[in-house]
Design a protein around this ligand. Structure first.
Ligand code: GCU
Length: 659
């Protein structure tokens, strides 16, 4: 039986799966072969397309003449598929059911091209086995963080005011969108596990099982964030010591019950000894001992521990110049290489700080060759405009994934990692992502996780073609232009040259140059009358630069070789220092802030010109957000430029208005 395609609730945007993209498939004669539930999903997709566009779908046991054959040839867990076309037939085969599903969406992406000419038989296989979204969704509304921590797209798709929302149709529609860009894992609750959320692991596992049921037909495994203190807060034990036998037995039993409810459960996500969350340190145990205890509970069932490496001192004294937050994760984890169990993934943020618009690659990624790694990025735009600003992060993620961590020509992060994880940017907003153009971030993330060396520009075009099928050249070109350079534009009008932060404390939206300068969070810029930036060199600074392998350690060590865009991350520089592009640091600050605002104004005008070509709700929503982006960008420009004019006393060489 075909599984019916989930209907979108009234008013919800189809994102990159509008009906129209199924037309090429839906006008043809399609044969779907093979058994099992995921083939039923594929069959359902094809049946819906054919019902809409007049094609025909068959489920014959023996080959029959057709335009498209979708065939499952085995029952393994491979996600690969082969795609090819001879003179008159397009064929997709897969040895595992999820592979067939991905093959179907490959045909959808190709559109008419899938049925034209000949295509050499090629195999398509995801580079990364786990392509995951972490939802920072709270079950109960948190007094400070709300329903979704760092969520800018409304409420949670899964939870509302303390319980499951039970809008399974919407969750299934979400699963379908995720599968169409290759995502295969979702963690359904916040990494900061509060009391209500903790219980999802035990007496409320039924709610997680219901979510897993909605995700399963689209090849997505469900994961849960758990608290390390669970044996105490849920099990009533006196300790959560990972080497205590009762604790280990408790986790084994609890995990057994999870698998009884969710046989294909993916595993646990753990934020331990991080920003106040409990962890193994309380018992004098290492992160490896903590992670391995959970790994032992999951291993018999095939589950994975995502153990986060976001560990640092969040109660730092700003007067203490010997502590450097950027160093912390490497100091904790590098000595543990080789100690983690096989089913542990060390989940490392791509940069050493916290999802700033510009950071170097985390040195942890190159420091644990015998440890499996998940690289974490942030699709939710906490520090990149909170989905009120257009900021397409594809190029930033791509730079990180294509970075040669052993040297410019060495193996890349995408080759090194086993998993790519993004903090999700969706909610119950009709456009899913608050800002309609932020859908491009979610799509690009999934596709980069499948193929980390993909050209992000091509992925943007792919997203465009799906989201705006049949778009005129003017529309496609306009949308591409407002997105393509938006990350660099955002960088220009916010914190300069990699120095980071300068945001308003707490919510992190909008400028406050000294917002974190005297805080305990370890995020300082050290601007004074002579210069700005953090000396992280080995020779005179915190020594952070030496955490990299050569040649990076040497490249970052010296201001003369350090890339300009990271200069203030690695060095405290005089305002008069001349950058590689010939401008002084201070002039760079002024210029980029003026340029950034101009670029936003240009993009806003370009967007306005697209009004006749777009549906009204989408156009209006984006136009409104451009008004706010322009206001906010001006605020950034004026605060940053004024701050540095006052601090340095150096006037703008071009005599522009600074307050
Ligand atoms: C950031 C973010 C927090 C989040 C944390 C994390 O610091 O502001 O809300 O909990 O990252 O990644 O755990």
């Amino acid at each position: 039986m075909p599984l019916p395609v989930p209907a979108l609730p009234e008013g919800v945007d189809p994102a990159w799966l509008p009906d129209e993209v199924f037309r090429p498939l839906g006008t043809r004669r399609v044969l779907v072969r093979g058994p099992g539930p995921l083939v039923a999903t594929v069959h359902g997709e094809v049946a819906a397309a054919c019902a809409r566009f007049g094609g025909r779908v068959e489920r014959a046991a023996a080959p029959e003449p057709c335009d498209l054959l979708l065939e499952l040839t085995g029952d393994d867990d491979s996600e690969a598929f082969t795609f090819g076309r001879d003179a008159d037939r397009t064929t997709v085969t897969a040895s595992g059911p999820t592979g067939l599903l991905y093959g179907l969406f490959h045909v959808v992406r190709l559109g008419e091209r899938a049925f034209a000419g000949e295509h050499r038989l090629t195999e398509h296989r995801p580079r990364l086995g786990i392509r995951m979204l972490d939802h920072w969704d709270n079950v109960a509304v948190h007094p400070v963080m709300g329903q979704v921590e760092r969520g800018y797209a409304g409420g949670s798709l899964f939870w509302a005011a303390g319980r499951a929302r039970e809008e399974w149709g919407r969750v299934r529609a979400y699963a379908r969108l995720l599968a169409a860009c290759g995502i295969n894992a979702v963690a359904v609750n916040n990494v900061n596990v509060h009391a209500t959320e903790a219980r999802l692991l035990t007496d409320r596992i039924g709610e997680v099982a219901a979510l897993a049921e909605a995700f399963r037909p689209y090849g997505i495994r469900t994961h849960l964030s758990v608290t390390f203190a669970a044996p105490m807060v849920l099990g009533g034990l006196p300790t959560a010591d990972p080497l205590d036998e009762d604790v280990r037995a408790w986790w084994a039993a609890a995990t057994g019950r999870v698998y009884a409810a969710i046989p294909d459960f993916g595993g646990y996500v753990v934020k331990a000894d991080s920003e106040g969350q409990p962890g193994p340190f309380a018992y004098g145990r290492s992160h490896a001992e903590g992670a391995n205890m959970l790994a032992a509970a999951l291993a018999p069932h095939g589950g994975t521990v995502h153990w986060r490496a976001f560990v640092y001192d969040h109660r730092q004294d700003w007067r203490d110049r010997t502590t450097d937050r950027a160093r912390a994760a490497h100091e904790q984890f590098a000595p543990l290489d080789g100690e983690f169990a096989d089913n542990v993934l060390l989940q490392v943020k791509h940069g050493p700080m916290d999802f700033q618009v510009r950071e170097p690659l985390s040195p942890v990624i190159g420091a644990l060759p015998r440890t499996r790694l998940a690289v974490e990025v942030q699709a939710t735009q906490e520090y990149t405009g909170q989905q009120r600003h257009v900021c397409w992060l594809g190029p930033m993620w791509s730079e990180a994934l294509r970075f040669g961590h052993e040297g410019p020509d060495g193996p890349t992060v995408g080759e090194r990692a086993s998993a790519l994880v993004a903090v999700a940017n969706v909610g119950d907003d009709p456009f899913w992502t608050g800002h309609p153009l932020a859908q491009a971030n979610l799509y690009t993330f999934g596709r980069l996780a499948w193929q980390p060396d993909a050209d992000p520009g091509q992925l943007l075009d792919e997203w465009l073609a799906l989201t705006f099928p049949g778009a005129s050249a003017q529309l496609a070109d306009g949308v591409r232009r407002v997105l393509a350079g938006s990350w660099r534009t955002y960088e220009k009008y916010t914190a300069p040259l990699g120095v980071g932060f300068m945001v308003q404390p707490g919510h992190h939206y909008g400028p406050s140059v000294d917002g974190y300068e005297y805080s305990p969070w370890g995020t300082y810029h050290f601007a004074d009358r002579d210069g700005v930036g953090v000396d992280r060199s080995a020779a005179t600074g915190t020594g952070y630069a030496a955490q990299y392998a050569k040649p990076w350690a040497e490249i970052y060590e010296s201001p003369s070789t350090c890339p300009d865009e990271l200069l203030l991350f690695f060095h405290h520089m005089p305002y008069g220092h001349v950058l590689h592009d010939g401008r002084t640091v201070i002039q760079h600050i002024y210029d980029t802030h003026f340029e950034g605002v101009e670029e936003v104004a240009t993009a806003r005008a370009l967007w306005a010109s697209l009004a006749p070509l777009l549906d009204r709700p989408r156009h209006t929503r984006v136009a409104e957000r451009y008004d706010e982006q322009l206001r906010s960008a001006r605020e950034w420009r004026d605060q940053v430029n004024t701050y540095f004019l006052r601090t340095s006393g150096v006037p703008d060489a071009r005599g522009r208005r600074i307050y």
